[in-house]
Ligand binder design. Structure first.
Ligand code: MG
Length: 276
């Protein structure tokens, strides 16, 4: 009996793997004519849920084997026109991709590094102290909620208590109304963030597209979550493509990638192709 179950499972897995490979090939063929010239393409990539698998807490995320090598190859092949757009701080991006350093926008466009070894520009003021204190008081009252201070933003993670989503949203909106008109409440994957109203991943992508490494290229943005929407739209508006990864935010409709493993495989194939 045990043997039968084992055989059945492996057959199913083999079929799934074959479907996956064939989907990768079809999708890659469809996009290839549009991205075939390494001098004309720029890549913008979100991290969590896009090339990194989601973990229970932001600190427990790990970088898959070979991702860094693929990104380094693409950075070289595309003349440096590869940027990470993330809600994480740029220092955290460096830690996750070490020893590789890339051009990056952190904290949803609040931080910007225009060159891999350049200074990190901080485009926004710090979150007011009394607001941080109030958010931390709120988090202490809800077991399982984690507050992450990012200087120019505050994230409230509730992955462990998803049923508290509505309560947290109401409470955080009230806190914002009392403490700041410069920040807005944004909603990501099991996380709320208080971020600068004028800065998004879209503003970061647009700013980067005006710099010499990116100018004149076609932006290709890959993302999985609501904070990526502004960048996906901006890339499309600038004549490029916004590619969506399936997850809690993009569930149906025009989805380009099944999961982060699919994106990693596609990036690897892209590097292989551009290298020939
Ligand atoms: Mg994401």
């Amino acid at each position: 009996m045990r043997l039968l179950i084992a055989v059945g499972k492996s057959l199913e897995e083999a079929r799934e793997a074959a479907d996956f490979q064939s989907w990768c090939r079809r999708r890659f063929r469809a996009l290839t004519p549009q991205i075939d010239n390494p001098l004309k393409v720029a890549l913008f990539i979100d991290l969590d849920g896009t090339v990194l698998d989601i973990a229970a807490a932001p600190r427990s995320v790990s970088t898959p084997h070979n991702l860094t090598a693929t990104l380094r190859r693409l950075q070289q092949l595309l003349g440096g026109a590869v940027a990470i757009l993330t809600g994480r701080k740029v220092d955290d991006v460096d830690r996750l991709l070490a020893p590789l350093k890339l051009i990056a926008a952190g904290v949803h466009g609040g931080e910007l590094r225009l060159e891999p070894d350049g200074e990190i520009e901080v485009a926004s003021g710090s979150v007011p102290g009394p607001l941080i204190a109030a958010v931390e008081r709120l988090a202490r009252s809800v077991r399982g909620v984690i507050v992450e201070r990012k200087g120019i933003a505050v994230a409230v993670h509730y992955r462990a208590v998803p049923e508290m989503e509505r309560v947290l949203a109401t409470e955080l909106r009230d806190l914002l109304a009392n403490h700041s008109n410069r920040l807005v409440l944004s909603h990501g994957r099991r996380v709320f963030e208080l971020t600068d109203v004028n800065l998004t991943k879209g503003t970061a992508l647009k700013r980067l597209m005006e710099t010499p490494r990116f100018r004149g290229r076609r932006p290709l943005m890959i993302g999985d979550d609501s904070p990526d929407e502004a960048a996906l739209e901006t890339a499309t508006r600038l004549g490029g493509l916004g590619l969506k990864v399936k997850g809690e935010h993009f569930k149906g409709g025009a989805i380009d990638f099944r999961d982060p493993a699919h994106v990693r495989r596609w990036l690897y194939d892209l590097a292989e192709r551009l290298d020939t």
